[in-house]
Design a binder for this molecule. Structure first.
Ligand code: IVH
Length: 633
């Protein structure tokens, strides 16, 4: 029996929908929630209960109706009210200057103001309240409304008055990097197929015929333009359209800006290129658009591309190449890392010929074979990786890689600790590779900072037996150094001076330089701040180490066992006797600056006033934390 509906029920339902839409907007669009997840869930449950009781009150814009039923037929085609276009590409600043010159000449202006924003790497969609469609051939798109409706940042109903009769928003549906990684990790665990990249994953998710599947995919949307609009005062600039879109409740790019002229267009490029890695989603360039809409109209179109817009493309971060061989490198702690030698390829702005394969599991998981055609990726400062194998191009006889049972450098047996992915050489200090790596780490810039003592010289010193451990560096004589290949008396003197200079260090840098397993820079610094002297640290037991925030039982065990080994004790003694010193004031706890304490920072790109390492040091001195990647937090 259908329940009779009182006006109070209608009112309650209305109020709940408004409230939920409001919180949805705060959470997904503004990234600034006002209520807890449980409070939000409670409102949803309350609405669902009422709608279950009074199904005749269900409307398609209700927040409970995002996920619909599976499609019975194939995807329908729909016609766009105005065509969806492509963009002309620019590859350097000169192309942008030319673009601006052409525009200024056509418009008879000295200076043009441009709207600037990232070029998102996803799929173009047109949202007609209420129809969503992928780009199709430009005039006709696929009707994917049922899937677009599941994207939580897209409102099912515009949120501000007056509501236009027709409002068509264009923008990009994409998958944030973190969501993509999560999805692929899950697929790997379940033995499913991996997606090539976030763009592919977004495309697959949007074209799925089951909205329930799409709803589980972490999709997002950013608007970059207005299509048809009726029943509303029309904007006169692109900037105004973006403001209108934002006011009506749709997400716009936080990086969107209006700049005054072409010079500012170019400086925006530098700024965004620096930020690229730390953004939550992938971008492949910048789009510049003439801001004034009348001017846009005057400039018009050539075939499918507007003359008033241009895309400045970043160098591609992924390329295809051929994997020629796999070599195994031995690291400082004995970890064996397979490295792929690939046909040199220009990717992410540099030419690469070595790509890490991480470990044996990774090679098996991605089924990488010698001779395969592979997609490699180099993004920002991250070391180049193999993303996937193009199986269709695999030649007959592509060889599977056999992981060595013995260390390729010293022949010692290799072991794999259960539960760990890494395989290690058991040779310890008798393995020349481990010795070399320990020396390189010791002299590196962030450790003892011995300029000139790099890979080549370390290799020579080690192979002719002049240094067996890090303490031997301080026993070297000028004659010994000068006897090395391509090393004159002057260079030998310079290196010796650098070695001497390095003796003045800090407690933290010294601890880091020792190369204790898993003790990175920040842990070394933490230890230096916690212990007043080296002796005190050397005597610390696991309990007192674990009591320090951020130090777990494994790390504590590593530290204790390092200082227990008599060989390490001897080396440390020898180092101190050779004159290594640090000021005790260095161990004083940091004085936090207001605004830095409890904040986490990511430093990327090129800074104008200091190096990234200097910036990291200063953040830490001010009480902030430094990490390498951006989290939702
Ligand atoms: S404007 C009239 N703005 O790039 C110009 N497009 O190469 C139409 N895209 O199909 C596009 N971010 O998928 C514009 N901020 C942005 C964009 C953007 C990504 C994509 C879009 C379009 C393709 C054109």
């Amino acid at each position: 029996m259908v329940q009779s509906i009182t006006s109070s029920v209608t009112k309650s339902i209305d109020r709940l929908r408004k409230e939920i839409n409001y919180h949805n907007h705060r959470y997904y669009v503004l990234d600034d929630p006002e209520v807890s997840d449980s409070e939000y869930d409670r409102l949803m449950l309350e609405l669902k209960a009422l709608e279950d009781k009074y199904p005749q009150l269900i409307v398609s814009e209700s927040p409970t109706q995002r996920v619909g039923a599976k499609l019975a037929d194939d995807v329908q085609k729909v016609k766009h009210s105005s065509p969806m276009l492509s963009l002309e590409n620019a590859f350097d600043a000169e192309d942008i200057v030319k673009f601006d010159k052409r525009n200024r000449e056509k418009l008879g202006l000295d200076k043009i103001s441009y709207a600037v924003e990232p070029k998102l790497d996803g799929l173009a969609v047109s949202l007609r309240y209420e129809k969503g469609a992928t780009r199709g051939d430009g005039n006709v798109g696929e009707d994917i409304t049922h899937n677009v409706r599941t994207i939580p940042s897209i409102p099912l109903k515009l949120i501000a008055e007056p509501i236009p009769e027709v409002f068509e928003v264009r923008g990009e549906v994409f998958m944030p990097k973190s969501g993509f990684e999560r999805l692929n990790r899950q697929a790997a665990q379940e033995g499913g197929k991996l997606f090539m990249n976030p763009r592919n994953a977004a495309a697959g998710s949007l074209r799925n015929d089951d909205p329930k599947v799409t709803a589980k995919r972490p999709l997002d949307f950013i608007a970059y333009g207005l299509g048809a609009a009726q029943g509303i005062k029309l904007p006169t600039t692109y900037g105004e359209s973006i403001a209108l879109i934002k006011r009506l409740g749709l997400p716009i790019s936080p990086e969107f800006k209006v700049v005054n002229d072409v010079d500012e267009c170019i400086s925006y490029f530098g700024k965004l290129a620096t930020k690229r890695e730390s953004l939550a989603y992938e971008i492949d360039g910048i789009v510049y658009k003439v801001n004034d809409l009348k001017s846009q109209e005057k400039l018009g179109y050539v075939s499918r591309a507007p003359r008033w817009a241009i895309a400045f493309k970043f160098p591609a971060q992924e390329e295809t190449t051929v994997l020629l061989a796999i070599e195994v490198q031995v690291g400082r702690t004995g970890a064996l890392t397979p490295v792929a030698k690939v046909e040199p390829v220009f990717v992410g702005g540099v030419t690469i010929s070595n790509v890490t394969l991480h470990n044996q599991d990774e090679i098996e998981r991605k089924d990488i074979r010698i001779g395969d055609t592979v997609v490699v990726r180099r993004a920002g400062d991250v070391i180049p990786q193999v993303v996937s194998v193009i199986k269709g191009k695999r030649k007959k006889g592509a060889l599977k890689f056999k992981f060595p049972q013995n260390c390729p450098e010293c022949g010692s047996e290799v072991i794999q600790t259960p539960g760990e992915a890494v395989v290690r050489c058991t040779g310890g200090s008798s393995c020349p590779a481990q010795r070399r790596e320990a020396l390189k780490h010791f002299s590196s810039r962030r450790a003892m900072n011995i300029e000139g003592l790099g890979e080549k010289i370390v290799t020579q010193l080690e192979s002719c037996g002049l240094v067996a451990d890090i303490a031997d560096i301080y026993q070297l004589t000028k004659e010994q150094i000068a006897s090395l290949e391509r090393m004159g008396a002057k260079s030998a003197e310079n290196l010796l001076n650098e070695i001497e200079k390095s003796k003045d260090t800090s407690f933290g840098k010294f601890l880091y330089a020792l190369g204790i397993r898993e003790v990175g820079e920040s842990t070394a610094q933490l230890l230096a701040e916690t212990f007043t002297s080296l002796e005190e640290l050397m005597e610390a037991d696991t309990e007192s180490l674990v009591a320090i925030n951020d130090i777990g039982p494994v790390m504590a065990e590593n530290i204790v066992s390092f200082f227990k080994q008599s060989r390490n004790k001897q080396i440390i003694k020898k180092l101190i006797l050779s004159g290594i010193r640090w000021e005790v004031s260095d161990t004083k706890p940091v004085t936090p600056l207001s605004g830095f304490a409890d904040k986490v920072f990511v430093v990327t790109g090129t800074l104008s006033d200091m190096t990234r390492d200097e910036a990291k040091d200063r953040i830490k001195q001010a009480g902030g934390k430094v990490t390498n990647s951006v989290s939702k937090k």
